[in-house]
Ligand binder design. Structure first.
Ligand code: SAM
Length: 297
C-alpha cells in the first residue's frame, strides 16, 4: 500500500508484535523501508532480502550510526544523506560487451529480425553508467541500421545516468572492453568508437545520437510502449519473486508482439507468471520473444 505503513504483499513484512533479537532488527528494517517510501517514494520492500540487508548494513556503516531507526531519522531530514544512501542501494557494476556470448547471440538471433523493420525501438532498463547501451549502439552501427533505431536507456540512479549521458570512461577500462568486443564478434576497430585523451575515453557522438537517457524507477513507474527489444540485464536478480513478476509483466505490456526480451545470465523466465507469454530464442543467453496474447494478472 503506497500510503499506509502496512504492506500487504510478500517481501519485507512487519513482524507481528515481536520486539527483540532478530525480529526487532527486522521490525527496524521494515520501519526504515516504510519511512523511505513515504518520504521519498522509493519502494525497496520487494528487493531480495539477503542482498537488501547487506546494502542496508553498508549504508548504516557509512553514516557511522548503529541502528536502522537512527538512520531513518537522519534520512528523513537530510536529502543529501538520502542521495548517498541511494548510491549505496544501487549496484551499478557493468561493462561494455559484458558476457560477450550474449552479444554474439544478439547478432545471430535478434539482428536478422530487427533489421527488417522500418523503425526499431529499444529499451535498456537499469542501464547503470551506459556501457551496455553503447555496446548495443555500436553493434547496431556495425550491422548498419543504427540510424533506424531509437534507444531509451533508463535507471533510477541519477548519478549513473549523468555518467551514461556523458559517455566518458577511463582509458584503462576501454582496453579491457576491447577484449570483450572482439569476443562478442566485433567487426571493426574498437578504438574508432571513442576519442582518447588524458587517460579518458569519450564515446563518439554518432553512437550517442539515437539514445535518450532518462530517470525511470522499475518499481513505481509505468512503461514505454511498442518496444521491439527490451534489455534488462542483471537487475531482476536484486528483486524478490513478487517484484520480478510485476516488472516482467510491465515488460510484456511494453513489448510489441514478436518483441525480444533479454535478461542477465543469472536471470530467467522460469517460474515467473509471464513465462507462457514468451518463447525462448536462446535459453543459455536468456533471450526470449513475446509470442502469447495479452493477459491480465
Ligand atoms: C548491476 S547494474 C546492471 C547494469 C547493466 N544492465 C548490466 O547488465 O551491465 C543494476 C542497475 O539496476 C538499477 N536499478 C536497481 N533497481 C532499480 C529500479 N527499481 N529501477 C530502475 N533501475 C534500478 C541500478 O541502479 C543499477 O544501475
Amino acid at each position: 500500500m503506497k500510503n499506509g505503513l502496512q504492506n500487504p504483499r510478500a517481501g519485507y513484512e512487519a513482524p507481528a508484535g515481536v520486539t527483540h533479537g532478530k525480529d526487532a532488527e527486522q521490525a527496524e528494517i521494515y520501519t526504515l523501508l516504510s519511512g523511505i517510501e513515504q518520504r521519498y517514494g522509493y519502494d525497496f520492500t520487494h528487493y531480495s532480502p539477503a542482498s537488501l540487508k547487506r546494502r542496508l548494513e553498508r549504508a548504516l556503516a557509512q553514516t557511522g550510526l548503529t541502528r536502522f531507526t537512527d538512520l531513518l531519522a537522519r534520512l528523513l531530514r537530510d536529502e543529501a544523506c538520502f542521495d548517498a544512501f541511494l548510491e549505496t542501494m544501487s549496484v551499478t557494476v557493468t561493462e561494455m560487451f559484458r558476457d560477450p556470448a550474449f552479444y554474439r547471440a544478439v547478432r545471430e538471433h535478434v539482428v536478422p529480425v530487427l533489421r527488417t523493420y522500418p523503425f526499431v525501438k529499444i529499451w535498456h532498463a537499469g542501464c547503470a553508467t551506459g556501457e551496455e547501451v553503447y555496446s548495443m549502439a555500436l553493434l547496431l552501427h556495425e550491422e548498419a541500421f543504427l540510424d533506424r533505431v531509437r534507444i531509451y536507456a533508463t535507471d533510477f540512479n541519477k548519478h549513473s545516468l549523468d555518467t551514461a549521458a556523458e559517455g566518458v570512461y577511463s582509458a584503462r577500462q576501454m582496453a579491457a572492453y576491447e577484449a570483450n568486443y572482439r569476443e562478442a564478434g566485433g567487426k571493426g576497430d574498437f578504438s574508432e568508437y571513442y576519442s582518447p585523451g588524458y587517460g579518458r575515453a569519450k564515446i563518439k557522438d554518432f553512437l550517442k545520437e539515437r539514445t535518450t537517457f532518462s530517470y525511470h524507477n522499475l518499481v513505481t513507474d509505468g512503461v514505454f510502449g511498442e518496444m521491439n527489444l527490451i534489455c534488462c540485464r542483471n537487475v531482476l536478480i536484486y528483486f524478490d519473486k513478487t517484484l520480478q513478476d510485476s516488472v516482467l509483466y510491465k515488460f510484456s505490456e511494453s513489448l510489441r508482439h514478436g518483441g525480444f526480451l533479454c535478461l542477465g545470465n543469472k536471470e530467467s523466465l522460469n517460474f515467473t507468471a509471464v513465462k507462457p507469454l514468451f518463447a525462448a530464442v536462446d535459453k543459455k543467453e536468456r533471450i526470449y520473444r513475446k509470442c502469447g496474447a495479452p493477459y491480465a494478472v
